[in-house]
Ligand binder design. Structure first.
Ligand code: NAP
Length: 260
């Protein structure tokens, strides 16, 4: 039996085992997906060696997306560029890190953007924001601003929320890569409605609730919007493709999967 897992902290309620095990059942694969919660144990060289002796591959979530990098034998181009890994393949004792959030984000982008915007604003400066930045640059977006509550992020253009509010926008894209609007911050919005003037598209990486306050405001103004559900499903599909190189995996299984 091949074994896979999600490693992270506070992941007891993760949807990942349900989704990946349902996929294994759907194509009769002799495989299992488990949770490796590091709530009460340390993440270090010894635990890393345990993981690679048990698993054929794993997903990585907060707070280990950067912490796993020094342990990996190889990084793919995307994970090297963004400095974060969310998928690991263990093959003949060697480990390779990938970042499938990248293709997940591109699936959202392609679902609503049909003409490359000149300017994009990314709210937040965390791991997801960095993946979005890399994807938008590869899509040819010329001006990309990170909007942050913090002092500047090295090597990138950042705006305070105040500077963001006062900048005039035209045909721009907004990406929410903060947790504001998620279950924990439900009915909150990272910006107010009047600051949606000048945007043609809004991508909210949040997937629960399915329509955040930000997306409701965009809809009210006739701006195209999409939530992060497809990104979540496509990153899982991309991870399975990495783990089962010789298998022709049905993308629709993931795209149509309904979380319980
Ligand atoms: P993260 O590393 O915690 O970063 C979130 C960023 O949001 C922070 O860097 C921070 O930026 C900003 N932020 C945090 N708390 C805030 C607050 N109270 N008010 C305003 N800004 C705040 O998280 P992440 O991994 O990048 O994920 C960001 C969001 O994307 C989460 O909601 C996550 O669930 C979602 N996500 C979705 C998918 C998907 O598949 N759909 C994949 C990855 C992430 P500043 O400190 O610079 O302001």
């Amino acid at each position: 039996m091949r074994k896979f897992a999600l490693i992270g902290k506070n992941i007891a309620y993760s949807f990942s085992p349900d989704l990946h095990n349902a996929f294994f059942r759907s194509v009769s694969l002799n495989a299992q997906y488990a949770l490796e919660d590091f709530n009460n144990k340390e993440f270090n060289a010894a635990s890393w060696n345990d993981l690679i002796s048990i698993y054929d591959g794993f997903n990585v979530t907060i707070p280990f997306k950067e912490a796993v990098i020094p342990y990996l034998d190889q990084l793919d181009e995307v994970s090297r560029a963004v400095g974060a890994v969310n998928t690991v393949l263990v093959k003949e004792g060697k480990t390779i890190g990938y970042n499938t959030d990248y293709n997940g984000f591109l699936s959202l982008y392609d679902s609503i953007i049909h003409k490359t915007p000149k300017t994009a604003y990314i709210l937040g400066t965390g791991g997801a924001a960095k993946v979005v930045d890399f994807a938008l640059r590869n899509k040819g977006v010329e001006n990309i601003y990170f909007v942050t509550r913090q002092a500047s992020l090295e090597g990138a253009t950042t705006l305070s929320y105040e500077a963001f509010r006062s900048q005039k926008k035209t045909n721009a894209l907004l990406v929410n890569a903060t947790p504001i609007g998620s279950k924990q911050y439900e009915n909150q919005c990272p910006i107010s409605e009047e600051h949606l003037v000048g945007f043609d598209g809004v991508i909210d990486l949040i997937y629960t609730p399915s329509e955040t306050l930000l997306l409701q405001m965009a809809k009210k103004r006739g701006i195209l919007g999409v939530n992060g559900y497809k990104m979540l499903m496509v990153q899982a599909y991309e991870a399975e493709k990495i783990w089962w190189k010789d298998l022709n995996i049905e993308k629709n299984f993931f795209v149509n999967y309904q979380l319980k």
